[in-house]
Design a protein around this ligand. Sequence first.
Ligand SMILES: [Zn+2]
Length: 452
Amino acid sequence: MRSIILAASAFVLAASDQAQTVPSAKEILVHSVSIPTVQGRGKVPELAAYYAGVLKAAGYAEADLKFTPIGETGYFTATLRGRSSEHPAILLGHMDVVEAKASDWTRDPFVPVEENGYLFGRGAEDNKYDVAMMVATMARLKQEGFRPKQDIVLLLTGDEETDMATTNAAAEAYRHAGLVLNGDAGGAMLDDGGQAEAVFLQAGEKSYADFTITMTDPGGHSSAPTATNPIYRMARALGRLDVYHFPPMQNELTRAVFEARIPEETGAIKAAMQAFLANPDDLAAADALSARPELVGQVRTTCIATMIDGGHALNALPQSVSANINCRIFPGVTVSQVKDALVRVLAEPDMTFTVVGDPRAADASPLRPDVVRAVREAAGRRFPGVPVVPVMSAGATDSLYFRALGVPSYGVASLAMRGEDSFAHGLNERVPTAGIDAALAYWHDLVTTLMR
Ligand SMILES: [Zn+2]
């Protein structure tokens, strides 16, 4: 790749009249992985400047490429002007990656290496693969002179994995958007032979909230136990939470997930799925499904204790205990409803209860016919005969902030891989490189169908 494009000062260089070539999607991906955009390293602006250079080379005007700094990070936008700017379509992704400890990895996580058809490196899967595809698609649309019915805005956030302050600001800035296509959810699942089994269309997700509960006591000498030991009180309260189940819930996404799985299931789980679909209030069926870790997130809100800290000396009555309760909230349930339920279930009159940060909750997006049709068409051309399955993620992405503002958001990643190859956030993260041309065709197909 040419150093003029790689330079951190691409914003400045791009202002010159020098003719530049647009790197390939694979080159964009490789370069993206080589920049360690981990929180605290201040590298997100460098990656954004690189993308600006690529898009400038494809013909974008300086004024349509913008980086909005927020602390050491920020968000990047590139706008393809359409026939209207009223309700832009957002192509959404994130530039930051989860920390990776080089000593734990077989290879340096930030030196991209291609081996046996895979590109290895932190962020290769989450989310730089689809970010690179979206950057390359934006470049191609510009070069083709595509004039969409509404502006298309490539919007790349800079702290999706941590604080989501860039997501919050970007969602506010584009709350008038008509829809969001997120490259950080969805995607295609391949079987062992590399054949596609399903294409996922993510239209909802659990939201995320942490609560800190603290119990205190005057304490005293451990030789004179009292009845108000906060470690015991905390233990009893958390024991009540352990056996509590939030009410079962369904939406059109989770119903689609179960409907798609029923033909492959057998025995008690199959019967539980059928019973739950037939009767959303069937508690026994919901509890049977909740016993499966990969299904519990599809059935109800979940809250679990994740951290605990208490006491101050081996020989003293504890004066303070605090615990963190982490919740994954079903779409349509508010944070305050969850808080009220927790206070009731913990049933400890003498505790302080705080919400950590400013968590968002959002309802699922409706399965908009134009979006479903466009995804079906693009997926059908790429993987003929393979079903498109609407899904709800158990974790949260940037889409949460847009959905909370009423902007319908759809996870439509182009990445196609086997489940066993997925190591997002984990060691030796990798993506197959063979599907890049098909992934690019998929994005192009999807965007031009929806926005023509
Ligand atoms: Zn991600």
